[in-house]
Structure formats: structure tokens, C-alpha cells
Design a protein around this ligand. Structure first.
Ligand SMILES: [Zn+2]
Length: 292
């Protein structure tokens, strides 16, 4: 991305962030112009949708404004760590965190998945999507993959600014809402499909944040197995971690650190898991949308 384009993108994000209540309807990247009537219909639909989104956000603000969190962590009621099944299925999930040290793309992993027709759930952060917009569209168009929400600024979701691993959490209820919905809208705009699952940067939450995300239409995707510990595991560690899988395990891995050994470990583990009778699925095949 050249510098001027990057500045435009940053400005757009800032505008989107500050316009969260009003909604962000800029759509200047659309390559084909619809007919005038279609355009008018689209604008009306967007307006209706934005109005209903705004009402929903207002209702959430009222419901949770005085709520006090009592739990903090990676696992708690409302966080999905396993698929609700006894079938020998595994959900591979890959985070793409974005940012200065997290905007890479591990093509070796993604080629391996495609060559072997292994489905996966991809959690993309706003920063990564902005760096890899065309790639995001390509991945979204591949039926092997589903694109889900890895946050707008890659922050733990907190009502009161709790931090973890040195990463500052959201400071309040509005921070939680923005962390979920700014990237929600970016994914929907980029791929044409709204995400249904959310995983925060660090995968930490308080209990109020878990409820707020669900009210915004996204269930929290936790994990049963840390597959690569932020892409710091070596090949054997990745393999051994993945071989701990049980029916319904969600395995957390990374697709944004090509210098790590995640690809090598996956290539060893997947054939062994297949030999044990496991197959691989996307999260939305086993978890229905939240009812709110
Ligand atoms: Zn991340």
C-alpha cells in the first residue's frame, strides 16, 4: 500500500470510528456503479439498517452502562471453547492480528489448507484487512474459509481498561462496542458478509464484554487448544499441541507470522489427526447465530 493510500485508509478508519453511532456509509471503492434506482434502494436499505443498528447500540448502552464486571479471563460462561458435538471434528482457527509486528501472511499454511481442502475459520483484525484488502476478498470468496472478527484495534475487551500481556484493554462500554462493531462493519463492507464470531486481541474478556458482543450479534470464539502460542511454538510443539485435540476442539493458531513454525507443525499434525478419524470444519457449521 502506498503512503497516500494508507493515509486515506487511516482517515477513513478514524472517521468510521468517530461516526460509530451515525454509521459509516462511505463506499467509494465500489468498482461498478449501480443504476440510479438500485442506488436509491441501496441507500434506503443502508439507512434503515444503520437506524436499526443505532437503536440496537442505544439499547445496549442503556442495558450495560452501570454494569460491573466480576470475571476476567479467556474462559468463562458465554465463551465457546469447543464445538457442541461428540463427533470427531476439529475447528482450526487462524488469527491475523495486524499492526507493526503482525501484518504478515503465512502463505505456506494457506496453500496447504487449500491443497488438502481443509476448512478453517479466519479471525482478521481491521489493521490486517486494511493491509490485505484484496487478499481478504479472495479468502472470503473461498468456500473453505469463513471470515470472522478479530477486533478493530486488537484489544482485550474490558469495561475498565484492564490489560494483559502488556496490551491495554478497552477503557469502557463504548470502547467494547467500538472494538467489536468497527471491524464488524469493515468485514461486512469488504466481504459482503457480516461476521458471527468475535475473538479479541489476546482472547481476554470480562463477563460484561462477553454479553455485549453477543448482543451485537457476535458470539465469543474462545479455544480449547493453544496451537502455536502466538506463533512462538516450534514445529514439534505445534504438532504435539494439535494432537491433544478432542471431539469438537477449537484450535487457536496464527496465519500472520510466516517466520514462525506454525505451518511446519500443522503439516505434520493434520495427517496424523486424519488417521485418528478426525475431520476439519468451520465454526459456523456447528454453532447457530445468537438469538437476541
Ligand atoms: Zn491477535
Amino acid at each position: 500500500m502506498n503512503k497516500s493510500k494508507k493515509i486515506v485508509t487511516i482517515v477513513m478508519v478514524v472517521v468510521c470510528s468517530s461516526m460509530i453511532v451515525a454509521g459509516c456509509q462511505s463506499d467509494q471503492t465500489s468498482p461498478s456503479q449501480p443504476t440510479e434506482q438500485k442506488k436509491a434502494d441501496t441507500q434506503t436499505n443502508q439507512k434503515d439498517k444503520t437506524t436499526s443498528d443505532d437503536n440496537q447500540i442505544q439499547a445496549i448502552r442503556s442495558q450495560f452502562k452501570n454494569a460491573t464486571p466480576t470475571q476476567w479471563g479467556e474462559k468463562m460462561p458465554g465463551i465457546i471453547s469447543k464445538l457442541p458435538t461428540n463427533e470427531k471434528v476439529i475447528a482450526l482457527t487462524f488469527d491475523a492480528c495486524g499492526g507493526k509486528h503482525g501484518d504478515g501472511y503465512d502463505i505456506e499454511i494457506m496453500q496447504f489448507l487449500q491443497e488438502n481442502q481443509i476448512p478453517a475459520t479466519l479471525f482478521l483484525n481491521s489493521r490486517w484487512i486494511e493491509t490485505h484488502t484484496e487478499l481478504t476478498k479472495q479468502l472470503a470468496n473461498n468456500p473453505l474459509f469463513e471470515i470472522e472478527n478479530h477486533g478493530s484495534e486488537h484489544r482485550p475487551l474490558s469495561m475498565n481498561g484492564r490489560s494483559v500481556y502488556g496490551i491495554q484493554g478497552t477503557k469502557n462500554l463504548d470502547g467494547i462496542i467500538q472494538e467489536v462493531i468497527v471491524n464488524h462493519r469493515l468485514i461486512e463492507k469488504t466481504t459482503g458478509k457480516a461476521p458471527r464470531f468475535f475473538r479479541s486481541g489476546t482472547a481476554y474478556y470480562d463477563d460484561i464484554a462477553v454479553q455485549v458482543a453477543k448482543r451485537l450479534g457476535e458470539q465469543i470464539a474462545g479455544f480449547h487448544i493453544t496451537g502455536d502460542a502466538g506463533a512462538t511454538f516450534n514445529q514439534a510443539q505445534v504438532k504435539n499441541a494439535m494432537l491433544q485435540a478432542k471431539p469438537g476442539s477449537i484450535i487457536l493458531l496464527h496465519m500472520n507470522q510466516p517466520r514462525g513454525d506454525t505451518a511446519e507443525g500443522i503439516k505434520e499434525a493434520i495427517p496424523l489427526l486424519k488417521q485418528q478419524g478426525y475431520r476439519f470444519v468451520k465454526m459456523d457449521q456447528y454453532i447457530s447465530a445468537p438469538s437476541s
